[in-house]
Design a binder for this molecule. Sequence first.
Ligand code: HSE
Length: 303
Amino acid sequence: MSRFQIRVPATSANLGPGFDSVGIALSKYVTLDCQPADEWFFSVPEEDQPYIPSGKSNLIYKTALFTAEAMGYEELPSTHVELTNDVPIARGLGSSSTAVVGGIELADHLLGLGLSRYEKFKIACEIEGHPDNVGPAIFGGIMVSNYDGEHLDYVHFTEGMDDLTWLAIIPDYHLETEKARGLLPVEMDYKQAVNNSGSANVLVAALATKNWALAGKMMQSDRWHQPYRQVLIPGFSSFKEILEKEQSLGHYISGAGPTTVALFDVWDEGKRKRLELALEDYQVEPLQVNLSGAETFVLAPEK
Ligand code: HSE
């Protein structure tokens, strides 16, 4: 087995009312540089070491083993995996999905499974429970999917998104998805649910027809989850005025938060500088769509 590299993009889920269903792959990456070894070991960047284990409790390894077992194998060839991580942990940019998808890609390559993207997606949903981050991490672009624990349906689209900028406003604190999901109601009024479903439908239709202004408007119309989660993201209510001044089309809590993502169809250096200044307490990163999804590259042997 020669050296190989797996690259998995960050993702931003929900896009407002597309709760647990809509997601986009963005231009931040986790890379796994892999080579045969005597035992399994993950080299983890120093700043991530408190959160990412280097042994077999690593989520990437656990997912790779889950995938192998699902395909009838009992073990995986021992590998040294060197991680390079540009996706901040527990910030709403799909860091756990990058690990799940990375693990599936790893098993697929090590065992020569030849899994289709749909098969990878199905395994990832079994682990993650909802498809909105793992889908775009595998396929790239925008994914609209539904998973009920058994059936998995999706629509994938990539067209016309090259000129958009997805501005990630990343706070310096972690927010665990479980905590953010714990704030959501157990039930919702029928009329309210119908309304929310309508917003999600218009969001998806607007994205599919490249009506970015309407998509941006819909991002802010969500009543499924954002009203309940804002309490965990103290700066969120202050972003609207700042972003509208720079002609953002709309913004939303990315995944379970705490990152906010704002959509722009026109972007320039002036906007970047002014927004960095206005949002100086945050890491502000203008991102583009990633269209390829997870990729594996075979590398030349080390000399
Ligand atoms: N749809 C998920 C949520 C994304 O908002 O909780 C985070 O896993």
